[in-house]
Design a protein around this ligand. Structure first.
Ligand SMILES: Cc1cc2nc3c(=O)[nH]c(=O)nc-3n(C[C@H](O)[C@H](O)[C@H](O)COP(=O)(O)OP(=O)(O)OC[C@H]3O[C@@H](n4cnc5c(N)ncnc54)[C@H](O)[C@@H]3O)c2cc1C
Length: 405
C-alpha cells in the first residue's frame, strides 16, 4: 500500500531491509547502487555479461552537470546528482574519480553569445553557479587555448568530469568489502516470477533467486522485460534496430568519444566550443566528443572511423598543443534513451520483485539515483525528486526523443 507523508514523500508498507538483492548490470548505475545497498547491510549480488563499466559508461564523455536540462524536474534531478558527487567527495577522500574542474563554454558568434547570455541568466535565477567570461579571463584560465575566432564565454564552476572506470571499480571493491558478490561474464537470459536465469561464460545456466531484482542493464533492459510482459520504453539501439522491421541505419543512440595520446598544455577545464567538446583525460591526453553531443552516427558505416580524426582536427584548431597528439582510443557508445529522453527509476511490477533504472546522463545521476533508489527499495519511501520519473507516464505520453548530456 502507498501513502503520501507530510514531506510529500511517497511511502509504501513494503519495507525490505536486510533482504537479498540481485543487481543485473555493472555500469555506473549498477555499481553505484550495489555499493549503496551493500553499505546499508543488504545481501547483494551484482552480475554483468562482461566486465565492470564496459557498457555505455565506457563511451561516456562523463561531464557532470545540470546545464540546460529540461524539464525542470530533470534539471533538478541532475543538480542533485552533482550535489551528491560533492557530498561523496567531501565525506571521503577515496573519491579520486570526480574532477570538479569547472566547465568553460566558448561563443564563436553573436548568436552563440546571445544564447549563452540567456542561458547564464536562466541558470543564475535558479541558483546554479554560472557567470559570463570576457575573453581576457578565458585566456588567463586557459593560456594555451586559441581564442582567435571567439567572442566570449561562460564559466560553470561546479561542473566537472568523472573517471568512470576508476569510479566503477572502486565502488565494486567497496561493495565486495561490505559483503557483496560480483560475478562478471554472467548474462541474465530470462526473467521469471521465481527467479532469473543466468548463463555464465562457459554457457552453463544457473537460477538466481532474490527478494528483489534490480535491472541496471542499460540497453539490455528492453531485451529482458518482454519475458515478464513489459515492453520497456527505451529506444532500441542501432544493433537491436537492425533486426527489427523498418530498420533504420542512422540511429540516435549512437555516439562516440575519443581520447588522444598524452600532451602538455592541454585544457584545464571541461571545454565546450563550436562543434567540439573536450576535457582532460586520466591518461594525460584529452577526451574529445562532438558538441552538441547529439550527433547521430551509423555504426555500420565505415566512414564512422573517420570521425575520430575529424574531431581531433576540430580540437586542434582550438588547442595547437594537440598538433603532436594522435587518437589513442575511440569508443562507440549506445545511449540509454528512454523514449521521452528522461530517466526511468521505478518498479516494473505491482508485486515489487523487479525494479528498473534506465537513463541518459547516467554518469551525472548515478550517486543520487543510488541513494534514492536504495532508500525506496529498502524502506518503501520514494524520494520527491523521483516522482516524475516513474513508468506510469508512458501510458499516456507521446514519445519524442530529446538529447541532453
Ligand atoms: C557518447 C556518449 C556521451 C555521453 N556523455 C555523457 C555525459 O557527458 N554526462 C553524463 O552524465 N552522461 C553521458 N552519457 C550517458 C551515460 O554514459 C549513460 O547514461 C550511462 O553510462 C548509463 O549507465 P548504465 O549503468 O545505465 O548503463 P551501461 O553503462 O550500459 O551498463 C549496463 C551494463 O549492463 C550489462 N548488461 C546488459 N545486458 C545484460 C544482461 N542481460 N545480463 C547481464 N549484464 C547485462 C552491460 O554489459 C553493461 O555493463 C553519454 C553517453 C554516450 C553514449
Amino acid at each position: 500500500m502507498k501513502t503520501i507523508n507530510e514531506d510529500g514523500l511517497m511511502s509504501s508498507t513494503n519495507a525490505r531491509r536486510n533482504q537479498s538483492i540481485l543487481v543485473i548490470g555493472a555500469g555506473v548505475i549498477g555499481c553505484s547502487l550495489t555499493r549503496e545497498l551493500a553499505r546499508r547491510g543488504c545481501e547483494v549480488t551484482l552480475l554483468d555479461s562482461g566486465e565492470v563499466g564496459n557498457g555505455t559508461t565506457a563511451a561516456s564523455f562523463a561531464w557532470v552537470n545540470s546545464n540546460g536540462k529540461e524539464p525542470q524536474s530533470y534539471a533538478e534531478l541532475n543538480a542533485l546528482g552533482l550535489h551528491a558527487y560533492e557530498r561523496w567527495s567531501a565525506a571521503d577522500r577515496k573519491r579520486p574519480w570526480f574532477h570538479q574542474i569547472g566547465n568553460i563554454r566558448i561563443a564563436h558568434g553573436d548568436q552563440q553569445m546571445d544564447e549563452l547570455e540567456t542561458q547564464v541568466a536562466r541558470l543564475q535565477e535558479i541558483g546554479y553557479r554560472a557567470e559570463l567570461l570576457p575573453l581576457d579571463d578565458i585566456a588567463e584560465m586557459e593560456p594555451t587555448l586559441n581564442l582567435r575566432s571567439a567572442l566570449g564565454g561562460a564559466y560553470f564552476p561546479s561542473e566537472g568530469w568523472v573517471d568512470t572506470s576508476l569510479m566503477c571499480s572502486i565502488l565494486v571493491n567497496e561493495a565486495i568489502e561490505s559483503g557483496a558478490r560480483f560475478m562478471p561474464y554472467h548474462r541474465a537470459t530470462a526473467l521469471t516470477e521465481n527467479g532469473v536465469l543466468v548463463s555464465n561464460a562457459s554457457g552453463i545456466d544457473e537460477w538466481f533467486s532474490s527478494d528483489v531484482t534490480i535491472l541496471t542493464a542499460g540497453n539490455g533492459i528492453r531485451l529482458l522485460t518482454p519475458a515478464i510482459g513489459v515492453d520497456f520504453p527505451t529506444l532500441p539501439t542501432a544493433i537491436d534496430a537492425s533486426h527489427e522491421p523498418g530498420a533504420i541505419t542512422e540511429h540516435p543512440t549512437v555516439g562516440m568519444t575519443c581520447t588522444t595520446t598524452p600532451i602538455t598544455g592541454g585544457p584545464k577545464h571541461v571545454i565546450h566550443a563550436d562543434t567540439v567538446s573536450m576535457r582532460p583525460s586520466s591518461n594525460g591526453g584529452v577526451t574529445i566528443t562532438d558538441h552538441p553531443t547529439a550527433s547521430q552516427w551509423d555504426s555500420a558505416d565505415p566512414a564512422l572511423w573517420q570521425v575520430p580524426n575529424a574531431l581531433l582536427d576540430r580540437a586542434r584548431a582550438l588547442w595547437p598543443a594537440l598538433d603532436s597528439a594522435e587518437i589513442s582510443t575511440a569508443t562507440i557508445g549506445n545511449r540509454v534513451l528512454p523514449s521521452d529522453g528522461v530517466t526511468i527509476a521505478d518498479w516494473l511490477d505491482s508485486d515489487q520483485r523487479y525494479y528498473t533504472v534506465a537513463t541518459h546522463s547516467g554518469v551525472t545521476l548515478a550517486p543520487h539515483l543510488a541513494e534514492t533508489v536504495a532508500e525506496e527499495i529498502l524502506t518503501g519511501t520514494r524520494h520527491s525528486s523521483l516522482i516524475d520519473f516513474g513508468l506510469q507516464r508512458f501510458n499516456d505520453l507521446a514519445t519524442e526523443v530529446q538529447f541532453q548530456n
